[in-house]
Design a protein around this ligand. Structure first.
Ligand code: DLZ
Length: 160
C-alpha cells in the first residue's frame, strides 16, 4: 500500500489560524530532518493566517525532552492555544528507539490531557534516514505540515 503524502491538504478546507497562539517545540537530534519539519510547520501556520508574532519556537536536545519542553511553555504562558512537538527518531542497533518513541508519545499525550490543550505528536519514527528524509519535505511530504494542520483543527474544535 502506498504511503499517504503528509502534506496533501486542500487548504481551503483547513480552518483559519488567525488569532491563534501556537508554540512549536523542536528536537535538535537528527537536525537535518527536524529543520525540515520546523520549516513545514511554521510555513503552514503562517499560510493559515496566524500572526508571526504569535508563533513561539523552542528547541530541546532530543525527542525524549519534547513533552517537558511543551509543559514548560504551557505552564509559563496560559494564552498558548496549542503546542506542536517535532522530532525524528531513527531506528538504531539497540532498543533505544523503542524507549524513546514510547516515552515521547506517552509524555506528549500526558501534557495534552493535563492542560486540556492540543499538544501534537509531530514525531517521525523511521527505520532509516531515507524514510525520514522522504517525510520531512521529501517525496512523501512533511510531517511538520500534518502536525500544524492538526493543531489548527484541534484548536478550532476546542473553540467551537
Ligand atoms: C539518545 C538518542 C538516540 C540514540 N536517538 C535519538 C533519535 O533518533 N532521535 C531523537 O530525537 N533523540 C535521540 N536520542 C536522544 C534522546 O531523545 C534524549 O535526548 C537523550 O536520551 C537524553 O535524554
Amino acid at each position: 500500500m502506498a504511503t499517504t503524502n503528509l502534506s496533501n491538504y486542500n487548504f481551503d478546507d483547513v480552518p483559519s489560524a488567525k488569532g491563534m497562539k501556537i508554540a512549536i517545540v523542536c528536537a535538535t537530534w537528527n537536525k537535518q530532518i527536524t529543520d525540515g519539519l520546523l520549516q513545514g510547520a511554521k510555513q503552514t501556520i503562517i499560510e493559515c493566517g496566524c500572526d508571526k508574532q504569535n508563533i513561539i519556537v523552542n528547541k530541546v536536545p532530543g525527542s525524549f525532552e519534547l513533552a517537558l519542553g511543551a509543559q514548560f511553555l504551557l505552564e509559563k504562558d496560559p494564552t498558548i492555544d496549542a503546542v506542536i512537538c517535532l522530532g525524528s527518531v531513527i531506528q538504531g542497533e539497540t532498543k533505544h528507539f523503542d524507549y524513546v518513541c514510547q516515552t515521547t508519545a506517552l509524555g506528549i499525550k500526558d501534557v495534552s490531557l493535563k492542560y486540556n490543550k492540543p499538544v501534537i505528536f509531530g514525531v517521525l519514527t523511521d527505520n532509516n534516514q531515507q524514510q525520514a528524509i522522504d517525510r520531512s519535505g521529501g517525496k512523501l511530504g512533511n510531517k511538520g505540515v500534518e502536525a500544524a494542520v492538526t493543531a489548527i483543527e484541534m484548536v478550532t474544535l476546542k473553540n467551537t
